[in-house]
Design a binder for this molecule. Structure first.
Ligand SMILES: [Fe+2]
Ligand SMILES: [Fe+2]
Length: 317
């Protein structure tokens, strides 16, 4: 499949002088791509103008993505500060870069070792959601064009950071970022071993369900082994399926034994999963998702849920 060999990049976010000297392609329809600029030649302002007239996107080979990602992540703060770009475009660039990162980690889990990359992205998301009203619209637009398993962590992290800074405004800086990092990586255990049920069939068999449940512990063990992650981050990954009434997994923690940041990430995780289209069921609306979550008595702490509900409605996610 051609999509495996070419990666789409939004032209909006390109600063020609800073773009790495990788080969650039244009899509000519279907699965056909045409070389626009060979490897080794610098992109110019003229190129950019010409490209902008032709398409919204350029394509690079997936093998060159590492170089492109490094460039994009280094320049993210500048990009988000560019006044010539519309808010929605800035948001789309940010969330797509985050989805590229989570995609890389799912494909090659040891990449999480570069903890600084994840922290940088979480910092930028945190800044963006607190400064830009288009943040949620941009996130939705990016979620619509990326596979669920890749974009899910970005959605959970974004929503968790937004909720966290509204509900616990005194927690800022590294402690908040640590929760965001955990939220971004919370399902990465699915990419390890056999815990990924595929999600294409209808309801899961008992065995598949048991295997799927391992993802929280597998993700936690893996990140713990890699090192560099704080306890707050590790707890989010380990305990995001615990329930307030103690009926969750893996350790049946209950009540306030589950850290607040984890409780919030768990709420955002359930909400995001319900409002996304999955292989085996359709997405539900915000109101339907809130009703379903309300019906799941005991899963969440009631006061925290109320705050969550209020903010979700306010930001119109
Ligand atoms: Fe999960
Ligand atoms: Fe999840």
């Amino acid at each position: 499949m051609a999509e495996e060999y070419y990666k789409e990049i939004s032209i909006d976010g390109i600063t020609p002088e800073l773009f790495p000297n990788v080969a650039v392609y244009l899509k000519t329809g279907g699965t056909n791509y045409m070389l626009y600029k060979p490897h080794g030649s610098q992109m110019t302002a003229d190129d950019l103008e010409r490209l902008q007239r032709r398409s919204e996107f350029i394509y690079v080979r997936t093998g060159d993505m590492e170089e492109v990602s490094a460039y994009q992540e280094e320049n993210l703060a500048n990009l988000l500060g560019r006044k010539d770009l519309k808010s929605l475009s800035r948001g789309k660039i940010l969330f797509q870069i985050c989805a590229d990162y989570t995609g890389e980690v799912i494909e090659s889990p040891p990449k999480v070792k570069e903890v600084g990359r994840c922290r940088n992205l979480v910092q930028q998301i945190n800044w963006f959601v607190s400064h830009d009203k288009e943040a949620m619209a941009a996130l939705k637009a990016v979620a619509a064009v990326n596979p669920y398993n890749i974009v899910h962590g970005v959605q959970v992290a974004t929503l968790t950071l937004l909720m966290h800074s509204r509900i616990f405004p005194k927690i800022i800086g590294a402690p908040l970022e640590d929760v965001g990092i955990g939220a971004m990586l919370l399902d990465m255990g699915m990419a390890l071993g056999d815990s990924d049920p595929g999600g294409s069939a209808g309801s899961l068999s008992h065995h598949e369900y048991q295997m799927m449940k391992l993802h929280a512990t597998m993700g936690y063990d893996f990140l713990n082994r890699m090192g560099g992650f704080s306890n707050a981050t590790l707890s989010v990954v380990h305990y995001h399926h615990e329930r307030y009434d103690g009926k969750g997994y893996p350790d049946h923690l209950n009540g306030e034994a589950i850290p607040k940041g984890v409780q919030l990430a768990a709420l955002c995780d359930s909400f995001t999963a319900l409002t996304s289209e999955r292989g085996y069921r359709k997405a539900v609306t915000t109101e339907q998702a809130l009703q379903t979550m309300k019906g799941s008595t005991g899963a969440h702490e009631p006061i925290l849920f109320q705050s969550f509900e209020k903010i979700v409605r306010e930001v119109k996610y």
